[in-house]
Design a protein around this ligand. Structure first.
Ligand code: FE2
Length: 363
């Protein structure tokens, strides 16, 4: 366990390193219903990188691309394709936080840094986690400007929201044998506790398997499942990810909605593709999960999955990868009491993912 307490308030934002932030911002706007709210780049006095901040509810994605080939962002994209580089946490004192995580054994990749302009000071620092992924700590209490110094507001026409409210969890894929190490890391460095442990008995099909440990912050706000591949007859989706991402990284980001049917309608209308759910899944659904508020025919029509545990139930759906490489995808989740992750759906999902892998020739 960690020796120094590390109070994290919430996820501040996720930063993606992408090939073309300008175009990526429009993808998230058109396809997912985010508003483009801020920009930083050549016109704001930043020379090496260009970033767009997109926002929906409390979800904030910072999309960053390189302006020259020797920029670390360019190297990240060449190696991994577009992907999540940083999961940033809001804290109330960056100096105390970075000292605490250092004492707990973290590798610091960005020491305490302060950016300032006429709107105040923004303090941040970062540590390494799996692969080339980092965690940034940000203190916004002394800053009153737009997102950060050298950012300006973007006057973009408002788009139709998809009703996404907040980041529910962020899932990492790591190599075979590394899951325990990273679960321990979150416990030791950030004081996270283990919420759940799924073995290959929970998550396997005839062909493939994976294992997962879910770590969460002590305030319960931040949840990070960590997956590793398990021995199967064929290559698992985790192995496929590790091959194409060239190492560990963020596999999916789950976002909450208050009305999953409305959200899925909006996303499908804009062209988002979801994993296929066989009709047979719905035949046995009622006997598995009992009575729910939603109309089963509607759920089936839109391909929404349901799972129940002692606390209640949840509705969820998974997109296909949103990259050319079969790496990052999204989950949309509506919680109705359940604090779980849909373990009852893992098998149906896996069969569906294997079908996609077969189409890609990677199974
Ligand atoms: Fe998930």
């Amino acid at each position: 366990m960690s020796t120094e307490r590390v109070p994290l308030e919430a996820i501040d934002h996720l930063e993606y390193f992408v090939g073309n932030a300008f175009q990526a911002a429009h993808f998230y706007r058109t396809m997912f219903g985010f508003n483009i709210v801020a920009h930083s780049g050549l016109t704001t006095g930043r020379r090496g990188q260009s970033s767009y901040l997109v926002e929906q509810g409390k979800v904030r994605f910072l999309l960053t691309s390189a302006l020259s080939p020797d920029c670390p962002v360019a190297r990240h994209c060449a190696l991994h394709g577009d992907g999540v580089h940083s999961v940033a946490f809001r804290v109330n004192n960056v100096e105390e936080t970075i000292n605490a995580v250092k004492a707990n054994g973290a590798t610091v990749v960005k020491p305490l840094t302060t950016w300032q302009d006429s709107f105040g000071e923004l303090h941040f620092a970062a540590i390494k986690t799996y692969g080339d992924t980092v965690h940034t700590f940000i203190d916004r209490s002394d800053y009153k400007g737009v997102f950060a110094p050298k950012y300006e507001l973007v006057e973009s026409p408002k788009t139709e929201s998809a009703g996404l409210l907040a980041v529910d969890h962020v899932v990492g894929n790591v190599e075979l044998g590394a899951m325990g190490h990273w679960a321990d890391y979150y416990a030791r460095v950030l004081g996270f506790t283990q919420l759940a442990h799924f073995t290959d008995k929970d998550i396997s099909t005839e062909y493939t398997a994976l294992m997962s440990k879910v770590m969460q912050s002590d305030n319960g706000v931040i949840k990070f499942p960590i997956n590793e591949p398990a021995e199967g007859r064929k290559k698992s989706q985790i192995d496929e990810y590790l091959d194409f991402y060239r190492g560990p990284g963020v596999q999916h980001v789950a976002m909450t909605t208050g009305d999953i049917i409305a959200t899925v309608k909006r996303l499908r209308a804009s062209g988002i593709e979801f994993l296929y759910v066989p009709d047979a899944y719905y035949d046995e659904l009622v006997s598995r999960i009992g009575k729910i508020d939603e109309d089963l025919a509607e759920l089936k029509k839109w391909g929404v999955l349901v799972d129940r545990d002692d606390d209640g139930y949840l509705l969820q759906i998974f997109t296909k990868p949103v990259e050319d490489r079969p790496t990052l995808f999204y989950e949309i989740i509506q919680r109705k009491g359940s604090r779980g992750f849909g373990v009852g759906n893992f098998k149906a999902l896996f069969v569906s993912i294997e079908e996609e892998q077969r189409r890609r020739g990677t199974l």
